[in-house]
Design a protein. Structure first.
Length: 307
C-alpha cells in the first residue's frame, strides 16, 4: 500500500487513541481500531510475523521482510499506542479518580456510536446473526458484572500471563483489556509500573502481550476471512454488553482495601442518574456523551469521503 508521511502520522494518531482507550477499564482499543478503519489491516499485519517472514529476511534481506510485515504501518501505530499509554496513564488515572462520571459519559457516547458503526458493516442479517449478537451481548454483560478474581499480584510469571490474556481482549472490540486486568488483579501493578517507570515489570508485561497478540491475531484473521458477518455480529454484541461497564452512574455495594491500604470500590451496580446519591452532573455528562457520539459519526463520514 502506497502511503505518504502524513498517512503514517494519521495512523500514529489512531494509535494514540487506541492507547488512551486501553488505559481505561471498560473501553477497548480494538473498538477504536475498528471504527478508525484499520482493524483488519492490523490483524493481517500482526499475523505476518511467521516463519515465512524469517525466510524472506534470510533470502531477500531486511527491506523485503519489512514490506512483507507492513512494518511502517505497525511502527507508526504501536509508537502512538506506546506514547499514549506512557503519557496519559497519570492523567487518565487522575480523571477516573476525580471526575469518573464525566470520563465515563464521554466514552459511553463514543462506544454507543461504535455499535451503530460496526453493525452497519454486516452485509447480511439473518436469524443466526441476531442470535449470536444477543449471545455476545449476554457474555460481555456477564463479564462486566464479575468482581476481581484474585488479589493484586505483581510476580513475574503472573504479569507475563496477564499481558498475554489482556492483549487478546485489547484487540477485541467491546472487550476491554484493562478491565480483564482488573478482574485478574493485575491492573494496579501494571499501572503503577507505568507511572513509576518500572522497566522490568513493563518488559515482562510486553513480552506476554507479544506472545498473546501473535497467537490470537491469527484466529481473528481467519474468522474475518471465513465468517466475517458472523464475527461482526458477535463483536457488535460484545460492545452492546460492555456498555454496562462504562455506564457513568454507579452505586458501590461493597468496598475492599487495596495494596496501599486505601478503600476502593469492589462491587458496583449501574443506577439511574436521577436516583444517584451524589451530584449526577447530568447536563455536562449528556453533553460529553453527545461529543463522543458525534466524534465517531464524524470519523465514519470522513472515512466514507476518503474512500
Amino acid at each position: 500500500m502506497d502511503r505518504k508521511r502524513k498517512d503514517y502520522f494519521v495512523i500514529g494518531l489512531k494509535g494514540l487513541a487506541m492507547g488512551a482507550a486501553d488505559v481505561v477499564p471498560g473501553v477497548s482499543g480494538g473498538t477504536i481500531a475498528f471504527i478508525s478503519g484499520i482493524y483488519e489491516e492490523l490483524l493481517g499485519s500482526i499475523s505476518n510475523v511467521n516463519m515465512n517472514l524469517f525466510k524472506t529476511l534470510k533470502s531477500q534481506g531486511v527491506k523485503a521482510a519489512w514490506i512483507q510485515l507492513n512494518g511502517s504501518f505497525l511502527l507508526a501505530l504501536f509508537t502512538g499506542i506506546f506514547v499514549s499509554i506512557v503519557s496519559l496513564a497519570k492523567i487518565i488515572k487522575y480523571l477516573l479518580e476525580n471526575e469518573p462520571i464525566l470520563v465515563w459519559s464521554f466514552f459511553f457516547g463514543l462506544v454507543l456510536a461504535s455499535v451503530i458503526y460496526i453493525a452497519k458493516q454486516i452485509t447480511k442479517w439473518n436469524l443466526f446473526a441476531f442470535v449470536i449478537l444477543i449471545l455476545g451481548a449476554i457474555l460481555a454483560y456477564y463479564i462486566t458484572t464479575l468482581n476481581s478474581l484474585i488479589s493484586e499480584n505483581s510476580s513475574t510469571p503472573f504479569i507475563f500471563l496477564a499481558g498475554a490474556i489482556a492483549i487478546c481482549a485489547m484487540i477485541l472490540p467491546g472487550i476491554s483489556g484493562s478491565f480483564i486486568l482488573v478482574l485478574l488483579g493485575a491492573y494496579k501493578p501494571v499501572l503503577n509500573a507505568l507511572n513509576d517507570r518500572d522497566i522490568t515489570t513493563i518488559s515482562v508485561f510486553l513480552a506476554g502481550a507479544v506472545v498473546g497478540l501473535l497467537s490470537f491475531s491469527r484466529v481473528l484473521k481467519w474468522l474475518f476471512k471465513h465468517y466475517k458477518n458472523q464475527t461482526l455480529a458477535v463483536l457488535t454484541g460484545f460492545i452492546v454488553g460492555s456498555l454496562n461497564k462504562i455506564w457513568p452512574w454507579k452505586e458501590t455495594l461493597t468496598w475492599r482495601i487495596n495494596s496501599h491500604g486505601l478503600s476502593v470500590p469492589f462491587q458496583q451496580q449501574s443506577v439511574s442518574p436521577f436516583s444517584f446519591g451524589e451530584d449526577s452532573q447530568l447536563a455536562v455528562a449528556v453533553i460529553l456523551a453527545l461529543v463522543g457520539f458525534v466524534l465517531i459519526l464524524g470519523m465514519e463520514k470522513l472515512a466514507i469521503k476518503k474512500q
